[in-house]
Write a protein that binds this ligand. Sequence first.
Ligand SMILES: O=c1ccn([C@@H]2O[C@H](COP(=O)(O)O)[C@@H](O)[C@H]2O)c(=O)[nH]1
Length: 472
Amino acid sequence: MAVLEELIVNLEGIEAVKFGEFTLKSGLQSPVYFDLRVLVSHPRFMKQASQLLWQVRDSAGPPDIICGVPYTALPLATIISCDENVPMLIRRKEAKGYGTKKILEGHFKPGDECLIIEDVITSGTSILETAELLREHGLVVKHAVVLLNREQGGEENLDQHGIKVTSVCKVSDMLEVLLKHQRIDQSVVEAVRLFIQNNRACLPPRVTLKKSVVDGLDFQTRSSKMLHPMAKKLVEVMIGKKSNLCAAVDVTKTSELLGLAEQLGPFVCVIKTHIDILEDFQYERTIKPLLALAQKHNFLLFEDRKFADIGNTVSLQFQKGLYAIATWADLITVHGIPGPSLLKALEKSSERCIGAVMVSEMSCEGNLIDSEYTKKCISLVESTSSTCAMGVVSQSRLSHQSGILQFTPGVNLSTSKDNLSQRYVSPEQAILERGADIIIVGRGLTQSPNVEQTAKDYQSKAWEAYLTRIQS
Ligand SMILES: O=c1ccn([C@@H]2O[C@H](COP(=O)(O)O)[C@@H](O)[C@H]2O)c(=O)[nH]1
C-alpha cells in the first residue's frame, strides 16, 4: 500500500477522521469530523505525515524557515525541522506578558522565506493569521503545506492573499481510499461530498481598518479641517470629478506619459509620476505639455520622488537638476527617516505650497517598516499639516485627523501580486477595509488593453466604495 493510502486508512483507524453525525462549533450538522490532534499519540503516523508534508512543498526549493500553525501543526513542524535540518519558528497565540513579550520565538532575518505548516485547511483563516503575523515581522510568506484540504475554499481564499497552498490529501481523495478499503460505504461518500459542496467557507472580512471618525465624514466636511491648501485643492477636484482615483503612470517615454495622461485625464483626480524613469525627459517637451493636460482635464501632478536625505540635499533635489520638481509638482512623496528637517527644507524651498505626502507604510511584501516607525511618521505629518504635510501613503487608516488624506497604492482588480513582491487589493478593500481616501493604481490602468474603459471602471468602483463608507 502506498504511504499516503496507508496513512489515510490509519487516520480513520485512530479516529482522526470520523463519520456519523456531529454538531460543529458553528452549529452546523456535519457527517464527518476531523481531529488530527490525536496524531500525537501515534509517533509512526506523525512521522509519515511530516514526511509527506515536506514532500509536497512547492518545487521552488527549500524555505529558509518553517512555522507550524498552533497547536496541532507544531509537532509536525518540529519533526520536519529536525529531519530536514531547516530552522523553525514558534508562533505564540498570545504575546508573553513578561520577559521579552515575544509573539514569535526563534531567530530569523527580515526577507527570510517562511513555509507555513498546517494540519487541516477549511477557510484558511488560521493560516492567514499566521502569515500576517510573519509578514508583519518582515518574513516572506508565499507557500503553505497542509495535511488535509477540506476543499471548502481555503486554497482559493489564500491565493487571494498571495499564499499558494499545497495539500498532501484532499477530502475527496480520502473518501476514495476509505471506500476502496471498505471503511465507509457509498452513502457516506455522497453525504460528505454534499456537505462539503454546500458549505464552502469564506474568510471573514479583513478588519485592518480601526473604526475612525474619519470614516463617516464626507470630503466636503473634511475639507474644512484641512490646513494645507493643496489638500483643499485636491478635495475640490475630487468632489468636482467624483474621482478618488490616482493613476501611477510608470512609463519610460514622454510620448507614453502624455498619451496616457490624455486618456486617463477625465477619470482621475491625480496623475502620479516617477519622472526620473523617463529616458527622453526634456523640461520643455515633457513638463510643459503635461501641465497643459493637467489643466485641460483638471487633475493634480504628484511626483513620487520619496525624498529621504538631509534638508540641504533635499532642497537641491527638489528645486534643481533636470527635473526642477518644485516648479511643476503639486504633491511630492517623502520618507520619514530624516525627521522634521526634511519637511522644513521642502517648506522653505518653494512658494507654490506643494503638499508633502509621507510614506508611512509600504505595499510590498517584506518591507522593513515597523509599527513604531509608522507611528512616528504619523505624528510628524499631523504636527506639520498646516505648513507642509498633507497626507500619508499607507495600507491602513493611521491618522484619525480628518484633515489628513490617505493615499493607498497596491490596488489592482485582476491580480493579487506581481513577481517582485508588490501586493494588491481591490478598490473596495482599499477604501472600505483599509481606509484609503485616494487609491493609487498603476499597471492595472497603464497595461490595460482599453485604458479609458478600465479607468472608468476603477473610478466608479472607488467612488462608490467611498460613498458606501460615509453612509455606513
Ligand atoms: O508602498 C508603496 C508606495 C508607492 N508605491 C507606488 O505606487 C505605484 C504602484 O504601481 P502598480 O503598478 O499599481 O503596482 C508605483 O508607482 C509605486 O512606486 C507602491 O506601489 N507602494
